[in-house]
Design a binder for this molecule. Structure first.
Ligand SMILES: [Zn+2]
Length: 500
């Protein structure tokens, strides 16, 4: 890991964002982390923004079980194909992912599509041995399923390896609830589990993680009869097409309409979805110049997928990192579940048309975006987090200048007032004011509010901007309104009150 990565992880550990691998006091199990007080506040903020983007686009939130019986995963294909190719060391019996070993030890960029024979051949050719003990590998590849199994009432079941499948299953319920009208838009935010062999890269690769996904059920005929397309067709997006990648070209900004007319995006509805995905990440404050939308090349595209794109974010620690997949899954999923459940998934519209709907999916998670925000806004020179104020873990920290003469009582009252106005507030009366400012700058607190001696006579307090360290005086009564303006509008700081 780079120095920057070490420093970043040190900073977010010390400042109460993310701890682990947990359980730390028992030496930790890779791929499991705890969000500390600041991390949980930040994660909630991000998830709230994401909820908001989905709701703005008329998606409804649902919550399905985390555990599903084996039949479901047999139908979805996870039982058979959600596997990693493993090799076993003949000496120490350690097991390793053959494709990852090859990618690490050779200049082969991806061993993703390699057959078992190709994997073994390549290991042999490059003389790759066990990274722990140097021993030879056994001459066979074992399929290692990534699902975490469990038992329910004696029946084999699995913790869901993705939320999406569980979102698809009640399709007929949605159909009736939404009065038999397309499109049907739902989203889910919740935990999923993957038995990764040796997860590294902090919370970028977890065994237990929070997924978020939005799904649209749409008849094929509606994909190019998409009412909302007109609202977004002039939006600019950073597209990196498969053709550009094959020609070693950089991504380019173009309008949705341009991408549609060149058939880079094959339907209006999919183009709209891709724009929603882009919006999800700019809305949480990721700078546009750190985002690109990358089309899957032919050899990485899932066999059922029509359009398939990833959203990637450029991190200072780990470089360009995939954070989201946007897929036209066609009717693959519903057909599979129809076959395995014997439930007819075809529906009849008000026009009497029989339809097996297609699914357009935006699939991501919330752990990677949290890490991305911490990565992008960490300033290693001053040890501060310049998190955009609308997602700052703490909106306002309230300090009494000294712990006497009635100042703590006033500060406590302000804490309660801001809390009642639904802000995330912190009360801090320990150490010098300078230390309290520094602590809050390190955590990315949006504003510091200080109760001083003038407060008693004037009913005013100071607000301090963490970036410029400027201060203004505002009336206690107006503090909540000013804070609201500061967090959610572009008002210049000095317009919030009287300069100090
Ligand atoms: Zn070994």
């Amino acid at each position: 890991m780079s120095d920057y990565t070490d420093e970043l992880i040190g900073h977010i550990t010390q400042n109460g964002f993310i701890w682990g691998p947990e359980p730390e006091i028992y030496d930790g199990l890779s791929g499991f982390y705890t969000y500390g007080p600041m991390g949980k506040l930040l994660k909630n903020k991000l998830e709230d923004v994401m909820r908001d983007v989905f709701k703005e686009n008329k998606y409804y939130e649902v919550e399905a079980p985390l555990i599903m019986p084996e039949q479901v995963w047999e139908a979805s294909g996870h039982l058979e194909t959600f596997v990693d190719p493993m090799v076993l060391c003949s000496q120490c019996e350690g097991s390793f992912r053959a494709d990852k070993l090859i990618e690490e030890k050779t200049d082969i960029e991806t061993a993703d599509g390699f057959s078992d024979a190709e994997l073994l051949e390549t290991l042999d050719e490059h003389d790759i041995n066990c990274p722990s003990c140097g021993g030879r590998f056994e001459d066979e590849i074992n399929d290692y399923n990534l699902m975490m199994g469990t038992e329910v009432a004696g029946q084999q079941a699995y913790n869901r390896p993705e939320t999406a499948t569980t979102t698809y299953l009640p399709f007929k319920r949605y159909w009736r609830f939404f009065r038999k009208q397309f499109p049907i838009k739902v989203f889910q935010i919740g935990k999923a589990f993957r038995n990764e062999i040796s997860p590294r890269q902090h919370v970028l690769r977890l065994r237990e993680f929070t997924q978020a996904e939005g799904q649209i059920f749409v008849p094929p005929s509606m994909k190019n009869d998409w009412d909302e397309y007109d609202f977004i067709k002039d939006e600019q997006v950073p597209l990196w097409t498969a053709a550009q990648q094959n020609d070693d070209k950089e991504y380019a900004w173009m309008t949705i309409e341009e991408a549609r007319s060149d058939n880079i995006l094959t339907s209006d509805a999919f183009a709209w979805c891709l724009n929603v995905a882009f919006d999800l990440f700019t809305s949480i404050g990721i700078p546009e110049d750190r985002i690109r939308l990358r089309e899957h090349t032919d050899d990485e595209k899932a066999h059922y997928a029509r359009d398939a794109w990833d959203v990637e974010i450029k991190l200072d620690s780990f470089g360009w990192t995939e954070v989201c997949g946007v897929h036209d899954r066609t009717d693959y999923d519903l057909k599979k579940h129809e076959e395995h459940s014997n439930e007819d998934m075809e529906v009849t519209t008000h026009d009497g048309e029989s339809v097996m709907p297609h699914i357009l999916e935006i699939a991501f998670g919330t752990d990677r975006p949290v890490f991305a925000v911490l990565d992008i806004f960490f300033d290693e020179d001053d040890g501060e987090l310049h998190i955009p104020k609308h997602i700052a873990p703490v909106d306002a920290a309230v300090f009494p200048l000294v712990s006497k003469e009635g100042l703590p009582e006033i500060a406590e009252e302000i804490y309660r007032q801001l809390h009642e106005q639904r802000f995330d507030v912190e009360y801090d009366d320990s150490g010098s004011i300078g230390k309290r400012y520094a602590r809050n700058d390190a955590k990315g607190t949006a504003i510091c509010v200080t109760v001083d001696f003038d407060t008693k006579d004037e009913d005013t307090v100071t607000m301090r901007d963490r970036v410029t360290e400027e201060q203004v005086r505002v009336e206690i009564e107006e503090l909540g309104d000013r804070l609201e303006e500061w967090l959610y509008t572009d008002i210049p700081f000095e317009e919030l009150g009287e300069p100090v």
